[in-house]
Ligand binder design. Structure first.
Ligand code: MN
Ligand code: MN
Length: 462
C-alpha cells in the first residue's frame, strides 16, 4: 500500500472548522437561541417554564392520559414544575420503540438552608447548602442572584428572581484578603473554602431602633416581607437557589465559544428540545425528556431514578393499546450530558488520544462511571455502530473518548437508569471547559452538532 493509502486508514479527530466550514455560521445562529435559553432558565423550574412556552408556541398540547393520539400529534407534560416531557407521535406503532433524547436542566449551585438568615457584626447573610459537585473555592467574590419559590403560611407562593436586571442588587460571598491569608494559603484547595464559608452577604443596614438586637436582620426581614409577603419561617417551605448573576456571553475575538453558568446540562437540553420541536412526522415516536436531580444522583420524584419518565411512556403506549415492555425493548435512547473538554492548561488530567476536544463536534461516550467502569451502563458495540452510522449519514461531526485519566476520578450520567429499564442507551454530549464552575465554556459548533445529532435521531426511519 502507498503511504497515502495507509494514512487513509487512520482515525482523525479533526476540528469542525476543517471538516464542515459551513457549520460555523449555522452554529453562530443556533447559539443565539441557546444563550436566550440560558438567560431565561437559571434553575430547573425556570428552564422547564421557558421550555413549556416554546412547546406551546410550536403547537404542543398538554398530554391527557387515555386520549387518542395520531401520527404527527405533539404533546407534552411538565413533571412537578421541574421536568419536561415532550413527544411527537410517529407513523410506526409504539411497539416499534421510542426514540428518546434525554438531558438534564438542574445545575450545580448553592441552595438556601431551611433556616438561612442570620446576622453577625452588623452584616446579614444567608447560609447555603451546596447542590451537586461544586468546587467551593470558585464561588466567593462573584456576583450572585437568587431564584426560586417561597411558600407562605397560607399556601400561596412567592416567586423570587433578583440579581438579573440591570438595576437589581446582587449578592456575594466574601473571601479573605491576601494580606491576611497566610494560614488559608497553607490549606488544601478543597479546604480553603468550606461549606460553612459559603454564606451569602445580603444586607448591612440596621433599623433605626437602637434598643434591639439583630437590627440588620430585622431590616432584611422587613424588606423581604414588603417584597414577597414572607416571614422567616417561610424559608422552611422554600426552594431558593443561589446562582451566578452574569449572563451568557460570547468568548474570544472570534466569538466561537459561549461562556455561561449552567452549560451542564442545558447545553444538551436546548438542542434536544429544538430537535424535538422541529421534528414534524417521525417514523418512531420521539420523546424529549429534560430531567431534574441529575447532579445529585437522579434520586427523587423528579430524577431519572423515579418512574416518571417510564410512566409517561407507559401512558403513551396505553393510548394505542401497545405493550409497554415490547415498546421499551425496541426503544433507543441518547442520554445527553456534557463531557470534559481536553484542557491544555491541565493536560496532566487527560489522556490525549481518548480526550474529547472543544470544537471537534459532539462527543460520544460508550461508557462513563469510575474506576473499573463502575456505575455505567456501557453501551453495546451495536449501539455505537448504529449511532455513528446515523451521524455519518447525516454529516454530523463527532468524536469519541473518555473523560480523562482513568484513575483520577470519573462521573456518571442518567444513561444507566434508562438502560436499567431495558432500553438501549448511549451517552453523547457537548465537551465543556471548566465544568461545574460558575462560568463554564463550550464551543458553538459542538452545541450545533449536538442539535444535528438529536435531529437525525428524531428523523431516523431505519
Ligand atoms: Mn451533567
Ligand atoms: Mn454535572
Amino acid at each position: 500500500m502507498t503511504t497515502e493509502e495507509l494514512k487513509a486508514l487512520t482515525y482523525r479527530n479533526e476540528t469542525v472548522a476543517d471538516t464542515d466550514r459551513a457549520a460555523l455560521a449555522a452554529a453562530q445562529e443556533f447559539c443565539e437561541g441557546y444563550k436566550t435559553f440560558l438567560n431565561k432558565g437559571k434553575t430547573e423550574r425556570e428552564a422547564a417554564a421557558y421550555s413549556e412556552e416554546l412547546l406551546l408556541a410550536a403547537g404542543y398540547r398538554p398530554f391527557v392520559p387515555g386520549e387518542a393520539l395520531h401520527a404527527g400529534d405533539k404533546i407534552y407534560h411538565i413533571n412537578r414544575g421541574k421536568c419536561v416531557l415532550a413527544a411527537t407521535i410517529g407513523t410506526k406503532g409504539m411497539e416499534d420503540g421510542f426514540h428518546l433524547n434525554i438531558a438534564h436542566i438542574d445545575c450545580p449551585r448553592l441552595d438556601l438552608r431551611p433556616r438561612p438568615l442570620y446576622e453577625q457584626t452588623g452584616l446579614a447573610y444567608f447560609r447555603t447548602h451546596y447542590y451537586g459537585g461544586v468546587r467551593k473555592y470558585q464561588w466567593p467574590t462573584i456576583p450572585l442572584a437568587l431564584h426560586g419559590v417561597i411558600y407562605r403560611a397560607d399556601g400561596s407562593c412567592a416567586t423570587v428572581n433578583i440579581g438579573e436586571g440591570e438595576n437589581d442588587p446582587v449578592f456575594c460571598i466574601t473571601d479573605l484578603l491576601p494580606h491576611l491569608s497566610a494560614k488559608q494559603n497553607e490549606k488544601k484547595l478543597t479546604e480553603g473554602i468550606t461549606g460553612e464559608n459559603l454564606n451569602v452577604l445580603i444586607g448591612s443596614e440596621p433599623i433605626e431602633d437602637k434598643e434591639v438586637e439583630q437590627r440588620v436582620k430585622l431590616n432584611v426581614l422587613g424588606l423581604l416581607h414588603e417584597a414577597y409577603g414572607i416571614t422567616e419561617a417561610d424559608f422552611a417551605r422554600a426552594e431558593v437557589e443561589v446562582v451566578p448573576a452574569f449572563k451568557a456571553r460570547d468568548i474570544g475575538f472570534d466569538r466561537a465559544m459561549v461562556g455561561a453558568y449552567g452549560h451542564d446540562d442545558r447545553v444538551d437540553a436546548y438542542p434536544a428540545l429544538m430537535a424535538e420541536i422541529e421534528t414534524k412526522s417521525p417514523a418512531y415516536t420521539t420523546v424529549c425528556v429534560l430531567t431534574d436531580k441529575e447532579e445529585t444522583g437522579s434520586d427523587g420524584v423528579t430524577g431519572l431514578q423515579s418512574m416518571y419518565t417510564f410512566h409517561f411512556l407507559q401512558q403513551l403506549c396505553k393510548t394505542q393499546g401497545a405493550d409497554a415492555i415490547k415498546a421499551f425493548q425496541a426503544s433507543k435512547c441518547l442520554s445527553a450530558d456534557v463531557t470534559a473538554a481536553y484542557d491544555p492548561g491541565f493536560a496532566d488530567a487527560f489522556e490525549p488520544d481518548n480526550g474529547t476536544y472543544a470544537g471537534r463536534g459532539v462527543a460520544i461516550y460508550k461508557y462513563t462511571g469510575a474506576r473499573g467502569k463502575s456505575g455505567t451502563s456501557d453501551a453495546s458495540a451495536e449501539m455505537v455502530s448504529y449511532l455513528t452510522r446515523l451521524m455519518d449519514q447525516n454529516g454530523v461531526s463527532w468524536q469519541i473518548g473518555e473523560m480523562g485519566k482513568i484513575d483520577l476520578g470519573g462521573g456518571g450520567t442518567v444513561a444507566k437508569y434508562v438502560a436499567n429499564q431495558d432500553i438501549d442507551t448511549i451517552d453523547i454530549g457537548v465537551p465543556v471547559l471548566a465544568m461545574h464552575s460558575p462560568f463554564e465554556v463550550v464551543s458553538k459548533v459542538d452545541v450545533y452538532m449536538a442539535y444535528r445529532t438529536f435531529k437525525a435521531f428524531c428523523e431516523d426511519a431505519e
